[in-house]
Design a protein around this ligand. Structure first.
Ligand SMILES: [Zn+2]
Length: 260
């Protein structure tokens, strides 16, 4: 019965993804399988959190889609439909957390799951909505004004958006347990996770420079020319940074929940 229930809800989510053309085919399949595991192990409340993360990301995409197109086309390596690597890097760690909850029946892991999902949505909202800022974007590494949309750049709007993302997931998680302290732990961990994402983006993520227009970018090709390596670890792209952010949030929230 529980399996049937999980399959049903996950099919619904996958259909929305297909209808919204949000994911590639393989990404849809992987998201569907993750959703089945999450719902089967974590029940309806874990599914709510997954669904809110997905809807929140879609809404953030929608809000900024026109204005940001040129920014993302210019700077970010991947944009548009999310592919299988992106889904793995964004949902993999959360799936492990809820799997642990299913195995050990320890509620701590449910809250780790919620925290990791909060950091994923916080990061998505920060990058999708942060680029719309009319204010300044600062590079965390150089502390100088940076180009909008570049990883490691922070703005007031981006920080606020990431807070809203974490808040939405914390609020959704309240359906599982009306605990105010857990509510704040999820917001805190989600927000810290998104900030770690920015730190890694600023200090370690690979960046290239376009030899034609001299802009800093995450793309291999810019202005129809191959870009030149500028800084960062060569294999550490945006997907790897997201994975690191989720792993960090997993352990930070686990530590807080264990020792608090
Ligand atoms: Zn260029």
């Amino acid at each position: 019965m529980e399996l049937l229930f999980s399959l049903g809800l996950s099919t619904l989510l996958a259909l929305v993804a297909v209808y919204k053309k949000a994911l590639t085919h393989f990404a849809t399949l992987l998201a569907f399988l993750s959703s089945v595991v999450i719902t089967y192990c974590g029940g309806i409340f874990a599914f709510f959190i997954l669904a809110m993360t997905f809807i929140g990301t879609l809404v953030a995409d929608k809000i900024s889609i026109k204005k940001k197109a040129e920014i993302f086309d210019s700077i970010n390596e991947k944009h548009g439909r999310r592919d299988v690597v992106q889904i793995f890097c964004n949902v993999g760690v959360a799936t492990i957390a809820i799997l642990l909850y299913g195995i050990f029946k320890d509620e701590k892991f449910f809250w780790v799951y919620a925290s990791v999902m909060a950091s994923s949505l916080a990061d998505s909202m920060a990058s999708e909505i942060g680029v719309l800022t009319n204010g300044k974007t600062f590079d965390l590494r150089t502390c100088k004004i940076a180009e909008k949309g570049i990883s490691g750049g922070i703005s007031i709007l981006g920080l606020s958006a990431s807070f809203v993302g974490a808040f939405i997931i914390a609020l959704t998680a309240m359906s599982f347990d009306l605990s105010l302290s857990l509510f704040f732990i999820v917001i805190l961990c989600g927000w810290i996770g998104a900030f770690i994402d920015s730190l890694l983006g600023a200090f370690l993520q690979v960046k290239y420079r376009c030899p034609i227009c001299q802009k800093l970018t995450e793309k291999h090709v810019h202005c129809k020319h191959e870009t030149v390596y500028q800084s960062g670890i060569r294999w550490l792209n945006n997907d790897a940074v997201n994975l690191c952010n989720n792993v960090a949030t997993f352990f930070i929230s686990l530590a807080i929940l264990t020792f608090l």
